[in-house]
Design a protein around this ligand. Sequence first.
Ligand SMILES: CC(C)(COP(=O)(O)OP(=O)(O)OC[C@H]1O[C@@H](n2cnc3c(N)ncnc32)[C@H](O)[C@@H]1OP(=O)(O)O)[C@@H](O)C(=O)NCCC(=O)NCCS
Length: 175
Amino acid sequence: MIIETERLILRDFVTNDFEDIHVYASNPIVVKYMLWGPNSKEDTQSYMNMIADMQKQQPRLGYELAVVMKENNQLIGGCGIHIIKPSQGELGYCFNHNYWGSGFASEAAAALLEFGFRELNLHRIFATCRPDNIGSAKVLQKIGMKYEGHIREHMRHNEKWHDSYQYSILENEYV
Ligand SMILES: CC(C)(COP(=O)(O)OP(=O)(O)OC[C@H]1O[C@@H](n2cnc3c(N)ncnc32)[C@H](O)[C@@H]1OP(=O)(O)O)[C@@H](O)C(=O)NCCC(=O)NCCS
C-alpha cells in the first residue's frame, strides 16, 4: 500500500518504524489533543500490533499509514483513513513536532481524500478535531472539508469530557 505525493510517500507501517513512531507518540505537545498518549513503549507496541491486524483485514477497512519524506526517507508522522460505515470514512493524522508548519499534514490529508474517493469509492469522508486545535481545523479546511458542527462532550479522556468540531466532504464536492 503506497501513495505518493509531491514530497511524501504514504505507506504501510513496518516493524522497524517503532522508534520513529514512539518519538512523536510519546511527546506531550504532539498528543495534547489526542485521545491517547503520551505513549509508553508498551502503548506504542500495542498501537503497532493493532496496525498489523488492520493490514491483514479482508476486506480492509482501516488504513493507518506512515508519512515519509521522499528526500531523505525520514518518517515524520502517521495518517489514516478508516471505513466506519458503508461508504463513509474517517480521516486522521499526527506528526512529529519537528515537522509541523511545512504543509506536510495538508499534503498527506489531501492524498488520503483522493485515495478515499477514487480507490475506496467512499461517499463521505469526515474528521473531527478539538475546538482549540486550530492547526488541525486549518488542515481540514485547506483540503476542502466543510464545517458540520460542534459535538458536545462526546469523548471522555483523562477524566474529562471533550467537545469536537466535525468537518466533512462529499464525493460530489470533491474535484
Ligand atoms: C495538526 C497538525 C497535523 C498540523 O500539521 P502541519 O504539518 O503543521 O500542518 P500544515 O503545515 O499542513 O498546516 C496547515 C495550515 O494550518 C496552519 N497551522 C498549523 N498549525 C497551526 C497552529 N498551531 N496554529 C495556527 N495555524 C496552524 C498552517 O499555517 C497552515 O495554514 P496556511 O496554509 O494558511 O499557512 C500537527 O500540528 C500535529 O500533528 N498535531 C498533533 C496531532 C493532532 O493534533 N492531530 C490532529 C488531531 S484532530
